[in-house]
Design a protein around this ligand. Structure first.
Ligand SMILES: C=C1C[C@]23C[C@@]1(O)CC[C@H]2[C@@]12CC[C@H](O)[C@@](C)(C(=O)O1)[C@H]2[C@@H]3C(=O)O
Ligand SMILES: O=C(O)CCC(=O)C(=O)O
Ligand SMILES: [Fe+2]
Length: 332
């Protein structure tokens, strides 16, 4: 007979933690799920969620509009205002990769402009993109809040909505990103490639951590994502389009006083197939003060980071390169 623990957490090929959220309905199982989430955040800053409750039709429509968007001619994609379309250039400081993307704020007012400017039309229907994206964002935000509340419960934080209320804020600066990594042949000659003893592969997005609180990521069934829980070690993550992958972001590392780790990750291009991913980056409002929760500070674990606003942190992040460590600059 398998124990409850084994039923809740089963190993995947690559041995990364899997959290079965359907088990969080009874209070006994809820605390076991919360315990496994916290363990995963301490050990990896990363886990996969199954039975997440996000309806299949919302996911399928999101995948469809994303595919439709990236299939458009480049000139049309470049006109996708007020959304930010980018190809190969990442950020503003010289980073690049084999990726094209659409990056925008999850603020409903911002998304509404898409309709008024008719900037992205899917199946000749300018409202379709907006409504599909809005439903998806709403669903993944709820998933993020559910996970954040479970974390707070297990960490014995007095206010169990301490994390989730930051991303529920109407002024939340959360962002949304669609990524498309076209197939690129691996070669041993190119400079912008990563090599090991047998082959080398082009980089889609280079090594980085996500600066926000929590990232909810989903992809099609094409590999490429790798995480690095220990310096120099890269673990490939098997794709699973039925699941969501959760990254601890820099702010959660600060709020938990370094108990949770903001996971380093990267994406390598696949030589045969297109990878498409959708990421929701849950962030607080720009003026929110980010502080370490008092419950995570003890005489033996003094507070590691000075308080700062998300605006201050974001400004630093955007002034640096993708792979730069920024948290060090905010240590006490
Ligand atoms: C080079 C950069 C791209 C990035 C902003 C930055 O200056 C450093 C962090 C990068 C990152 C990583 C996670 C997300 O994909 C992202 C949108 C974010 O918030 O921080 C990207 C930024 C970006 O692509 O603009
Ligand atoms: O495409 C992926 O799997 C990861 C994307 C990512 O790390 C990002 O957009 O920040
Ligand atoms: Fe990322």
């Amino acid at each position: 007979m398998r124990s409850d623990h084994q039923k809740l957490k089963s190993a995947i090929g690559d041995d990364l933690p899997i959290i079965n959220l359907s088990s969080s309905s009874s209070s006994l199982q809820r605390s076991e799920v919360a315990r496994l989430i916290v363990k995963a955040c301490e050990e990896y800053g990363f886990f996969k969620v199954i039975n997440h409750g996000v309806p299949d039709h919302i996911i399928a429509k999101m995948e469809e509009v994303s595919f439709n968007f990236f299939s458009k001619p480049v000139t049309e994609k470049q006109q996708a205002t007020p959304f930010g379309y980018g190809c190969k250039n990442i950020g503003f400081n010289g980073d690049s990769g084999e990726v094209e993307y659409l990056l925008f704020s999850t603020n409903p007012l911002f998304i509404a402009q898409a309709q008024s400017s008719n900037s992205i039309s899917i199946d000749n229907d300018p409202t379709k993109f907006r409504s599909v994206v809005s439903s998806y964002i709403e669903a993944v935000r709820e998933l993020a809040c559910k996970i954040l509340d479970l974390m707070a419960e297990e960490l014995r934080v007095h206010d169990t909505s301490a994390f989730s209320k930051l991303i529920r804020d109407v002024e939340s600066d959360s962002i949304f990103r669609l990524n498309h990594y076209p197939p690129v042949l691996c070669s041993s000659k190119n400079n912008s490639s990563i090599s090991n003893s047998t082959n080398s592969c082009k980089v889609g997005i280079g090594e980085h951590s996500d600066p926000q609180i929590l990232t909810i990521l989903r992809s099609n069934n094409v590999s490429g994502l790798e995480i690095s829980p220990n310096h120099g070690v890269w673990i490939p993550v098997s794709p699973d389009p039925t699941a969501f992958f959760i990254n601890v972001g820099d702010l959660l590392q600060v709020m938990t006083n370094g108990k949770f780790v903001s996971v380093k990750h990267r994406v390598l291009s696949n030589s045969a197939e297109s990878r498409m991913s959708v990421a929701y980056f849950g962030a607080p409002s720009l003026d929110a003060k980010v502080t370490t929760l008092p419950e995570l500070v003890t005489p033996t674990k003094p507070c590691l980071y000075r308080p700062f606003t998300w605006a201050e942190y974001k400004k630093t992040v955007y002034s640096l390169r993708l792979g730069d460590s920024r948290l060090e600059l905010f240590r006490k």
